[in-house]
Design a protein around this ligand. Structure first.
Ligand code: PEP
Length: 644
């Protein structure tokens, strides 16, 4: 929360004043002697992106979106910022680091301590990212991220750039009494106006006091550098000047530019108003627009306009004394905050509540489903198959021979199994997945009404110059119906990525092969409590792109890597818990009906001795069997678990 809120505040105040942020970036570049090499447009883009990045990171932290990625990025940001602020605190090249714009000015040492606290928080979040409670389900996270991005980039930063910052934290905001502040400064008090002076450009006479002491209205056209000033609204500017002449209001152009530059501006724009010189940094602080217009009344700032929003001709028909223009703009901070609450905070709160409500109803539905399955099981406690028969999904025991047995031994095993299961029909689907080399021979004699035949892999390419590969079409042509994809051994030893597996799944389905898709976490991931995230990411990476119709053809095999071939089995409770989770995310993606019909196998040191307990669980629909599928008797023992 500390990190999230700090990032949100920091990003927001920077976005409210992109030009101020740009000036600060420029100050840093100047300290490193790089200012002249980096174009202004780049520093401005950098300012907006920096603000947006901080804001979005804060939002992601708040809602716990992409927790692991975001916590890493935040840690990297803090690892860069903390040493930078240590350097700032020690060398003091810039008095205010600018992390909260002008909204909250911290000394460099205060900034350092703030960053030390944030760095500690970032380390905690990085170490235990998944402890951040989610405020929104993953399927709706994109709405929060996109909405926040549009809000910060266009509504806040873009609008502030086009007009003026929506919140003005500088000493020249509307309502600021420049005369009083300036007088306090003259009396030796500390004041933010110490750099504020107005000197006539032609003779250098200081007219600050005269301008501020004028009890009437004064227009100040502020253009820090005339050579960079936007000249697209010259007609509107000249109208304001003519209006000031007509009604006798003083009008000055304050700039840091001198001589030739002023003359060029006059030639180019036809300007006839008097020019005065002021410090350029002060002018940039006075108004975030080049040029911008300020209206003083009795030494007080009563209005500010950017060059994009100058007063219209219609507004300039009456004396200021009789016109709404001459009244000090009332402080609209409260209404601006209300606006933000209504259009940004409220929609997100509504979305979050709706999302939580939806998640809750889903949870209620799935616990009802589980309770029903449990009560079905209790109805005939000694016959787990009855419970399974009560729903429609297929129960399967599939063997994965891996790289074992030569052709002759493989044929012998398949024959033995074929005969055994013909004589004693199984209560579930049985599949054997063999090395490619066995497929065509075994397919000749296998009774595929009783035992399905499958490959252990297929290529991610359709055909062509891929020496040593076997395509899905070739597998199909042997007479096989199944293929195992995504086995952890292939992911680990052959570096099969989610993208590669996605291709393989598509090609297998194109060739009418039924995919047994393996997912599962490593020991480290289980110990870090990340098993749910891992299986979810594996499904999302390779099969959640499928249409509902195609997804229905997939068999999932949950195989904790730490249990494969190790003799360690997940307990029936552990396996059930994650199977139920897998079913719930399938329900989230494809709906309850698809989830109910999806076969989810357990794999990992499954044997005849532990199969009955595992298969009795409501969300376990059979097994994918490695070592124990290499002997007909062992495999039959597991198949028979469905008869117990
Ligand atoms: C497997 O590799 O799919 C598997 C489950 O192996 P084992 O049964 O030998 O653990």
């Amino acid at each position: 929360m500390i990190l999230a809120l700090t990032f949100i505040l920091s990003g927001f105040v920077k976005a409210v004043d992109p030009l101020g942020t740009q000036y600060k970036i420029h100050d840093y570049l100047a300290v490193w002697g790089l200012a002249s090499y980096v174009p202004d447009l780049l520093t401005l883009a950098g300012a907006v992106l920096l603000a947006a990045m901080e804001f979005i990171l804060g939002i992601c932290l708040l809602f716990a979106i992409r927790r692991r990625l975001v916590s890493k990025v935040v840690l990297v940001v803090m690892l860069i910022m903390t040493p930078l602020t240590l350097w700032l605190a020690i060398t003091d090249p810039i008095s205010d680091c600018g992390c909260f714009g002008d909204a909250l000015v911290l000394t460099n040492w205060q900034t350092l301590w703030k960053n030390v606290v944030l760095l500690c928080a970032a380390i905690v979040v990085w170490k235990w990212p998944t402890l951040q409670p989610r405020l929104i389900s993953e399927s709706n996270q994109w709405i929060v991220v996109n909405y926040s991005t549009v809000f910060i980039l266009f509504v806040i930063a873009g609008r502030s750039l086009y007009t003026l910052p929506q919140f003005d934290f500088r000493p020249y905001h509307v309502g600021a009494d420049l005369r009083a502040g300036w007088q306090r400064m003259m009396e030796g008090e500390e004041s933010p106006y110490s750099e504020f002076f107005i000197e006539r450009a032609d003779d250098g006479e200081d007219i600050t006091e005269a301008v501020l002491n004028d009890s009437g209205y004064t227009f100040l056209l502020v253009a820090p550098h005339l050579e960079q000033a936007d000249d697209s609204q010259l007609d509107e500017l000249n109208s304001v000047y003519e209006y000031s002449l007509d009604y006798g209001y003083p009008f000055y152009c304050l700039t840091a530019s001198t001589g030739a530059v002023i003359s060029r501006w006059c030639d180019m724009t036809g300007a006839e108003y008097p020019f005065c010189n002021t410090d350029d940094i002060t002018l940039k602080t006075v108004i975030r627009s080049n040029p911008g217009l300020l209206l003083l009344h009795d030494g007080v700032v009563i209005r500010k306009w950017s060059h994009n929003a100058l007063p219209s001709e219609k507004a300039l028909t009456k004396r200021l004394e009789d016109s709404p223009l001459g009244k000090q703009l009332t402080d609209s901070t409260t209404s601006k905050i209300l606006w933000i609450l209504t259009w940004f905070v409220l929609p997100l709160v509504i979305l979050t509540l709706a999302d939580r409500l939806w998640a809750w109803t889903r949870w209620v539905r799935s616990s009802k489903r589980r309770k029903k399955a449990n009560s079905d099981q209790q109805t005939d406690n000694n016959n787990p198959i009855n419970k399974k028969v009560s729903n429609m999904r297929k129960k399967i025991v599939a063997g994965n021979w891996k790289m074992n047995m030569n052709l002759q031994d493989g044929i012998a095993l398949a024959k033995e199994l074929n005969e055994t299961l013909k004589a004693d029909k199984p209560n579930c689907g049985v599949v054997i997945c063999t090395p490619f080399i066995h497929l065509a021979s075994i397919a000749q004699f296998l009774d595929q009404d009783i035992i399905g035949l499958g490959a252990e892999n297929c290529a991610d390419k359709e055909k062509g110059a891929f020496t040593g590969e076997v395509s899905a079409e070739m597998v199909k042509s042997t007479g096989a119906q199944y293929v195992i994809l995504g086995h952890s051994e292939r992911r680990e030893y052959y570096k099969e990525t989610p993208e590669i597996l996605k291709e393989k799944v598509l090609l297998a389905q194109k060739n009418d092969l039924k995919v047994i898709f393996c997912i599962g976490e490593s020991l480290e991931e289980r110990e870090a409590g990340k098993q749910n995230e891992v299986v979810k990411a594996e499904l999302e990476g390779s099969v959640f792109n499928l249409s509902e119709e195609d997804f229905r053809k997939i068999v999932i095999a949950y195989e904790p890597i730490w249990a494969i071939g190790t003799g360690k089995t997940a307990t029936a409770e552990q396996a059930e818990e994650i199977h139920a989770y897998i079913r719930s995310i399938i329900a989230e993606k494809y709906g309850e009906a698809v989830a109910d019909d999806t076969t989810i196998l357990y794999g990992g040191s499954c044997k005849a001795s532990n199969a009955p307990e595992l298969f009795a669980k409501p969300d376990i629909d059979g097994g994918l069997i490695g070592g124990a599928s290499l002997k007909a008797a062992d495999f039959k023992g597991i198949i028979d678990a469905w008869k117990k």
